[in-house]
Design a protein around this ligand. Structure first.
Ligand SMILES: C[S@@+](CC[C@H](N)C(=O)[O-])C[C@H]1O[C@@H](n2cnc3c(N)ncnc32)[C@H](O)[C@@H]1O
Length: 393
């Protein structure tokens, strides 16, 4: 059998792979990678090759490291054997009893040595998400291995694409095109919708962070900016917040938030208020009304629109942070997030420090992915969800 094609990689890539970095991004070397092979290999030193998962369609991450090995041929059956070992290990690392929620990542991509492959258990459903087209070659194997381990669960597969178009199918029932379920996170119920929109209604990568922030919400006036389906808002009500205001541009998601409130009759919905408008407009309105909050949660998409122009979250914070400060009570806290792998934590923090110069805000406690969503040493891009706490003196 022919050897696995060998490619040259940038000397910096060799250095990074040796330190544990699992990506080869677009450069003059990776631009020349052949498109058709599933696997590539590249020499790291006299003995070892990096075994690479080829992803020619990805605009930036052209290949992901699977292994460091002396072998010159990677065969499919051997790969599937390793895949099964890694998936089982990843599933077993997260026993259900460890979490007080129905939604748990049971495979978290690169950090579980399964680059570009993310799997969530959502009540009695499993959602497999491919962030790299490479996985299309082994789609059936991933489904088969997952079903062996979870024989009674409904399995959905989603190909995450850069156009953010929904692309789901139900692997256990081909006739099923959409499905709505209800799951419980920390005692609160949420509607989750498969194949309705690009995202399903709850961000499980935020769950561990939510639990941590929840500890600070009792008896507080809480403002939840970019609230989406209201998961933070409902959790704040659960944690006995005094009042909660949710802001989102989209009526569709605020309706979903209200549907979520309806399936939690024990929460006091009269303490909740929704504002359907851009965050900046909402903050200015609240300032005009003289309303202030003890806690502000701000989790914008990596880039967003005010209805007219598109702005990156990191730039939008320049205008948002002073408004957030005005809406914060003395000794109040703002939890601000940046959700992108393309800006490092240091850069985010540097920018925020510039934006708060001369203000009464101070940066403290970084907030990181944790629990079922670990990050990998030497891979800052995997630490994509970055949060900072701002304290007002
Ligand atoms: C990343 S989601 C927020 C997730 C949410 N924090 C959670 O944990 O479930 C981003 C949300 O921001 C909303 N959005 C986008 N641009 C906005 C803007 N300029 N003002 C207010 N909401 C906006 C979207 O409709 C979407 O619901």
């Amino acid at each position: 059998m022919a050897r696995t094609p060998r490619v040259e990689i940038h000397p910096a890539s060799i250095k990074h792979i040796k330190r544990g970095h699992p990506w080869i991004t677009l450069d003059r070397f990776s631009a020349e990678f052949p498109k058709s092979p599933k696997f590539l290999r590249s020499r790291l030193d006299e003995k070892n090759f990096a075994v690479l998962l080829n992803d020619p369609n990805h605009p930036n991450v052209k290949a992901r490291v699977w292994d460091v090995s002396t072998k010159s041929l990677i065969e499919d059956n051997e790969f599937v054997y390793d895949l099964k070992g890694r998936l089982y290990k990843s599933f077993e690392l997260r026993p259900k009893s460890q979490f007080d929620r129905d939604n748990v990542y049971i495979c978290f991509g690169e950090a579980d040595k399964l680059p570009g492959l993310f799997i969530q258990k959502l009540s009695d459903h499993i959602l497999i998400q491919f962030y790299a087209d490479f996985w299309n070659h082994f789609e059936r194997d991933v489904i088969k291995i997952t079903r062996e381990k979870f024989p009674n669960e409904t399995v959905w597969v989603q190909k995450r694409n850069l156009k953010q178009e929904k692309e789901f199918f139900c692997a256990t029932n081909k006739k099923k095109t959409e499905e709505n379920i209800v799951l419980t996170e920390y005692g609160v119920n949420y509607h989750v919708k498969f194949n309705k929109f690009y995202d399903i209604g709850i961000y499980t990568d935020m769950s561990a962070i939510r639990e941590r922030i929840g500890k600070t919400l009792a008896d507080k006036d809480v403002l939840n900016l970019f609230s989406y389906t209201g998961v933070y808002s409902l959790y704040a009500l659960k944690k006995e917040a005094k009042s909660v205001v949710s802001v989102d541009l989209s009526k569709k998601y605020i309706n979903w938030l209200e549907e979520n409130l309806e399936i939690n009759p024990e929460l006091d919905a009269s303490k909740h208020e929704a504002m359907v408008m851009p965050t900046k407009k909402a903050l200015m309105k609240l300032i005009d009304q003289g309303r202030t909050f003890d806690v502000i949660i701000c989790d914008p998409p990596s880039s967003s629109t005010d209805g007219k122009k598109r702005t990156k979250a990191i730039d939008a914070y320049k205008e948002l942070i002073p408004l957030i400060e005005m809406c914060l009570n003395k000794k109040g806290k703002a939890y601000i997030f940046l959700n992108t792998h393309s800006i490092t934590r240091n850069k985010f923090e540097d920018r925020v420090r510039k934006y708060i110069e001369g203000s009464r805000l101070k940066v403290s406690d970084p907030i990181k992915l944790s629990g079922d969503c670990p990050s990998l040493k030497g891979f800052p891009e995997g630490d994509y969800l970055k949060g900072l706490t701002l304290h007002k003196s």
